[in-house]
Design a protein around this ligand. Structure first.
Ligand SMILES: [Mg+2]
Length: 301
């Protein structure tokens, strides 16, 4: 992006964050940068979609979003088809996308990306099924039970470890299923505990093999089936979640990549999308390559 930013519309989720003051930080950062700004406050689900659509119509230079992955997913849904870049101010209990893109957790540092010279943007893929968009991924079975089991209060308190606690409980509950997959016209039937269709890599299966990393900008969705649960699965989760390293035991997972994916399971399992429990399965999922531009830190060196 060559031109300087003059006007930013912000969407602010007041339920996000840990109670620190957001507006004074935004205000002083924008003042320093000489950027005019307006803010809309979300009150209920769907508000961020509406505000983002309005920002797209008014042709704001940038849409800023303060919140977690849920608010971000809504803002992106509202921006689809527009050229307006997004500035992410991570404020939620889960900020997986911000983390994936290397956006600073510190609010002031995240605001500084809007006055970087030159501005650096990265184009990211967005997933779609029906009329719904997603940014992180979809999980069936164990992976969905984990999300379902990690309640907001625990997540706020202990963050990522809420998922480990939930994982232990989910493991007792989840029975194996057969996944019926159609990936770019190729049929696969595999048995497993969970099937994950991932847009971003830091969901716990970062470096899935030596040559095929989960990449949010490669125009592909990654399909991962975890076949059994034992201590190695927990090791795999711990290693990939905490250290971001490639796990050494790969017999546990099967992995494909594709652009057009249909998935169902026998028996039917719990499903989630971007952290929300889903009702409708089977799913027909597509990827929209390079759908959204996001302000990111300039690469060093
Ligand atoms: Mg990808």
């Amino acid at each position: 992006m060559k031109k300087r930013i003059k006007v930013i519309d912000f969407i602010i989720n007041p339920a996000a964050g840990t109670g620190g003051s957001v507006l004074p930080v935004i205000n002083s950062s924008m003042k320093e940068a000489g950027i005019r700004w307006e803010a809309s406050i979300t009150h209920e689900a769907g508000d961020a979609i509406k505000f983002a659509k309005a920002a797209a119509k008014e042709r704001a230079d940038v849409l800023g979003v303060y919140g977690g992955d849920g608010t971000l997913m809504e803002a992106i849904s509202g921006l689809m088809g527009s050229e307006i870049p997004l500035a992410i101010l991570p404020g939620g209990s889960a900020n997986v996308m911000a983390e994936e893109l290397g956006i600073p957790k510190d609010l002031k540092a995240a605001c500084a990306l809007m006055s970087q010279i030159p501005l650096t943007t990265r184009t990211i893929d967005v997933g779609q099924f029906g009329d719904r968009y997603f940014i992180l991924g979809i999980a069936l079975g164990f992976g969905a039970e984990v999300i379902k089991g990690a309640d907001r209060e625990t997540k706020n308190r202990i963050g990522i470890f809420a998922y480990f606690l939930s994982a232990a409980a989910a493991l007792r509950k989840t029975k194996k299923a057969v996944y019926h997959l159609m990936i770019d016209g190729q049929k696969h039937e595999v048995q497993g505990l969970t099937c994950i269709i991932a847009n971003v890599g830091n969901l716990g299966f970062s470096n899935i093999s030596y040559d095929k990393h989960i990449d949010v900008s490669d125009g592909l969705l990654d399909v991962v089936v975890v076949r059994r649960a034992n201590l190695s699965l927990f090791k795999l989760m711990a290693v990939t979640l905490l250290k971001r390293e490639r796990p050494d035991n790969m017999e546990l997972v099967q992995h494909w990549q594709g652009r057009d994916i249909s998935v169902s399971s026998t028996p039917r399992q719990t499903a989630e999308c971007d952290g929300e429990v889903l009702e409708e399965v089977p799913l027909h999922i597509k990827i929209i390559p390079g759908a959204i531009k996001v302000l990111v830190p300039a690469k060093e060196g």
